[in-house]
Design a protein around this ligand. Sequence first.
Ligand code: AVI
Length: 328
Amino acid sequence: MTPLVDGPAADLTSGASLAADVRHYLTQTPRQLPSRALYDTLGSALFDAICHLPWYPVTRAERRLIAANRTGIFDAAGQPSRLIELGCGNGEKLDLLLGPSDEPRHNSVHHIDLVDVSPSALRGACRLIGETRDLVVETHPLRYEDGLVRAAAARTPGERLCVMFLGSNIGNFDPPGAAAFLATIRAVLLPGDALVIGADLVKPESELLLAYDDPLGVTAAFNKNLLVHLNRELDATFDVTCFTHRAVWNAVASRVEMHLVSGVTQPVEIPKAGLSFQLGAGEMIWTESSYKYEVVGFEAALRRAGFSPARHWIDREGQFLLLAARAE
Ligand code: AVI
């Protein structure tokens, strides 16, 4: 069946939505930037490159779990007929879960909704998932919540729904944000519907710091590209050459933080966000948090949101947790 590209053409990584986000975050103390702004076209490509780095285990561990448990995942999710993947990126994980298109089907999925803020990522994912399979594939270039609500509202009676939130994307929410987001997912589901979700597990600090500050400097480029993105889209005047990337493990909060540190005092103008300020030498801009979980704590968060954990899988090295839960 032909994949269907749907939804507004607007790129949420540009324009008024980006300007409002940047104004809000940069005026916080300490200064911050919205991590979703990391994903313009170059940022999405750099993130794909990060997933290939030997020091970033998340993607490899999750891929191994998916490949080894395709049927079990669909069974634990109640053999859904409609899937919504939030933050699908390039679609490779869903492609892996669905399995080779020339093999006998191990699932009853007939309709897939792909949600991502990056139109370029969505185009690739739509091609990868839909081109060789007899499936309806719809794309939603929206934020998670908007895409979720829109896709779930289109379900037809009798369809069993499964929301997929893979790749440790939940880790980029702070705990209250994660709780609210899980509750938002639960609110669009009916009892018996499913959530399949990934979460990165706590591991030694040295491993976490290598994962977020790799020797090739790809993560540093990913982080600094956020400023390149703002210079281009909002006419900002960040002197990118004067920033360094810093990754910090905050054990109390159980998160890796990414920061950009200005090496010099520099005036910054962001006309399209209505901002003008001075950045001090050594001043940091906090660009991302990546929370790491323990299994028990993650299951408890799911229960509080109205889910009943059905089954989970952890890779041999204990790096990553993949979990299927059912809406109560
Ligand atoms: C997309 N997200 C789950 C990644 C993470 O690990 O938090 C983004 C990332 N940031 C630095 N490296 C990868």
